[in-house]
Design a protein around this ligand. Structure first.
Ligand code: GDP
Ligand code: MG
Length: 314
């Protein structure tokens, strides 16, 4: 394939060919100089980023597929980023997801990608935001971030997303458990999936009960929606709630403040990475360490000297 200049990448992405988009994401994921050039040529993302999280087996991947169908029926162009930091090598699970997503294969308005899991905050927020920028430039109006809900990754997703959907199911992670995991704070919308099973009403009622007790700090009360991902039941209501939340973010001014917070995290992550890269080992550092060893400097003074010396290298 011909080498594309950064400005050309902007046009290529806008044309929206899935293969070009995939190639661009690969470049961006490798975060070299070309990645920076391309990203600098792209506008800030405008797409609605929707996080979808919950414990393993709750029906996230099935729900993602059903949600994609719903958004497609509304005429939206949809991208899915599947992030699974807990099991980077779980090819078995990914295979299952791939089969599930087969129904969207051949639809050029659906783009699906597994993100390389870097394991923690920096990796997820930094690269994920770059990929979101690429997808938004490729005219996807909705970007779904699917992650396994295991502690930190839930908080990461809430950072990267405009709207966070937390999925539960009857008999899985009952209400009390959810409250402990800090899920109430990050959820903008709750889906009680597997509503074809006994106990979904009870789970929904418990969640609503807890939500009514928690302080309504930002004026948005998360709705609790019953879904059956295997049949698509409830996904029209879920899509309507997601749209309502988007409008709420806009009118309350929270959309702007969330995005500024996200950009700050991104800039800090990039800055840290740059500082780390520039922290090459030098003779000067050995000198400083030697002076510590003979008692000329204490370690705190040594840190200050190293940071000062470093600033010339960044
Ligand atoms: N009965 C029922 N099963 C479901 C529903 N949604 C998903 N499942 C099943 O639950 C299992 C786990 O689903 P999956 O989407 O892989 O969950 P994930 O690990 O959260 O991504 C699969 O066997 C699905 O077919 C549902 O609404 N009802
Ligand atoms: Mg899954």
């Amino acid at each position: 394939m011909a080498v594309k200049g950064p400005q050309r990448w902007r046009d290529v992405l806008e044309a929206g060919n899935p293969r070009d988009i995939a190639q661009c994401i690969t470049i961006v994921e490798n975060s070299g100089e070309r990645a920076r050039e391309i990203l600098n040529s792209l506008p800030l993302p405008t797409a609605h980023v929707i996080g979808l999280t919950g414990p393993p087996g709750v029906g996230k991947s099935t729900s993602t597929s059903a949600f994609v169908s719903e958004l497609r029926s509304m005429g939206h162009r949809v991208a899915v980023l599947a992030v699974d930091p807990s099991s980077p090598y779980s090819h078995g699970a990914l295979l299952g997801d791939r089969i599930r997503m087969q129904q969207h294969a051949g639809d050029s308005d659906v783009f699906i990608r597994s993100l390389a899991a870097r394991g923690h905050l920096g990796g997820l927020t930094e690269t994920t935001l770059d990929v979101i920028t690429v997808l938004s430039a490729a005219r996807f109006s909705h970007i779904i971030l699917e992650t396994v809900g295991v502690g930190q990754s839930e908080i990461d997703i809430a950072h990267a997303a405009d709207t966070t959907i937390v999925i539960t199911a009857p008999g899985m992670g009952d209400g009390i458990q959810a409250a402990k995991a800090g899920i109430l704070e990050i959820a903008d919308i709750f889906a009680v999936n597997k509503a074809d099973r006994d106990g979904a009403d009870i789970t929904a009622r418990e969640l609503k009960g807890m939500l009514s007790l928690s302080p309504d700090s930002d004026g948005w009360i998360p709705p609790v929606i019953l879904t059956v991902a295997t049949t698509g039941r409830g996904f029209d209501e879920l899509a309507a709630s997601v749209q309502e939340h988007w409008e709420y973010l806009e009118t309350s001014g929270e959309k702007a403040s969330r995005r500024i917070g996200r950009l700050r995290d991104y800039i800090i992550a990039r800055s840290l990475a740059q500082v780390k890269r520039s922290m090459v080992q030098t003779e000067e550092q050995l000198d400083i360490a030697a002076r510590v060893s003979t008692g000329q400097l204490n370690t705190e003074q040594a840190v200050t000297e190293i940071i000062n010396a470093q600033q010339e290298h960044i």
